[in-house]
Design a protein around this ligand. Structure first.
Ligand code: SAM
Length: 278
């Protein structure tokens, strides 16, 4: 198929009667958005692109214009078949039919020298899980350009002492520099979802902790935000075998107010607390 004749709209038309709501299939129709995502991907200067949840291929089409090898991972049988046909003539375009949460990912995701960038517009319930799959496996990606429900994107981007600041902000900003790329209104999709989406860009940052210490950091952050309206000493009571009084003492010794709350702590503060447990 000649890709120059395709548009997001014509691609979606080909799958229109096979839409699966259960897989969160809201397909992009807007070329400004697909090109914006492709431009962000290209700004990392990748050698490989991994796209998760390609659907009818609107974003894949924009990514093809970058002329890098592309591998797409799609769970839905019809979409996977359709993409195989539409992009059959495209050199170095590979379709993996499977669930991106569990399928074996290509070797090029595991090697920094393969300079892989991940792009995805996924169902909202899957997007954060995919992010954490890559973090947990410590895959050395050059970067990621991902679309989330706007409220979730706002949590990734939030600064301390705001209502959105929480686990996603601290853990996300520990691993990545995170930037908002563009908000995407419902009318850019077929069918139109009820919510606004946001594309964000993740660039790996230098991590202060060794990989062995990171699980403890994440546990601390989860515990700290477990009782959002309470003080940190209350939330952490029982964590690391310290009771509330011991936590008040420790936090005071570290220079924090005894009534400090998790939402006012910077990443460096969480690291300081973690290091005091050694
Ligand atoms: N990226 C396309 C676009 O922007 O038009 C499609 C977006 S649609 C919101 C999400 C796509 O992810 C659907 O094609 C759906 O079948 C696929 N999907 C859902 N869960 C998935 C999973 N766990 N692994 C791989 N693909 C998945």
């Amino acid at each position: 198929m000649d890709l120059t004749e395709l548009t997001p709209r014509s691609l979606v038309e080909g799958l229109r009667r096979r839409l699966k709501k259960s897989l969160g299939q809201n397909f992009l129709l807007d070329e400004i958005i697909t090109r914006t995502i492709a431009r962000e991907v290209e700004s990392f200067r990748p050698l490989h692109i991994l796209e998760i949840g390609p659907g009818a291929g609107a974003l894949s089409l924009a990514l093809c214009s970058l002329h890098h090898p592309i591998t797409v991972v799609e769970k839905d049988d019809h979409c996977a078949d359709y993409l195989g046909q539409v992009f059959a003539q495209q050199p170095d375009f590979h379709v993996i039919h499977g669930d991106a949460l569990s399928v074996d990912l290509p070797d090029f995701c595991m090697n920094a020298e393969d300079r892989t960038v991940l792009a995805a517009n996924l169902p909202y319930n899957v997007a954060s899980q995919i992010y954490f799959r890559f973090i947990d496996a410590d895959m050395p990606l050059l970067g990621m350009v991902l679309m989330f429900q706007r409220e979730v994107a706002d949590r990734f981007l939030a600064k301390p002492s705001t209502s959105q600041y929480g686990i996603l902000s601290v853990i996300g900003q520990y691993y990545h520099d995170i930037e908002r790329v563009i908000d995407v209104p419902p009318e850019c999709f077929f069918p139109a979802p009820k919510i606004t989406s946001t594309v964000i860009r993740f660039t790996p940052r230098r991590r202060e902790l060794s990989p062995e210490r990171e699980p403890a950091f994440r546990k601390l952050v989860h515990a700290a935000f477990s009782l959002r309206r309470k003080t940190l000493a209350n939330s952490l009571a029982g964590f690391a075998q310290l009771d509330k009084a011991a936590w008040i003492q420790r936090l005071t010794d570290l220079g924090f107010a005894p009534t400090v709350r998790a939402e006012s702590l910077q990443i460096a503060d969480f690291i300081k607390i973690l290091n005091s447990l050694d």
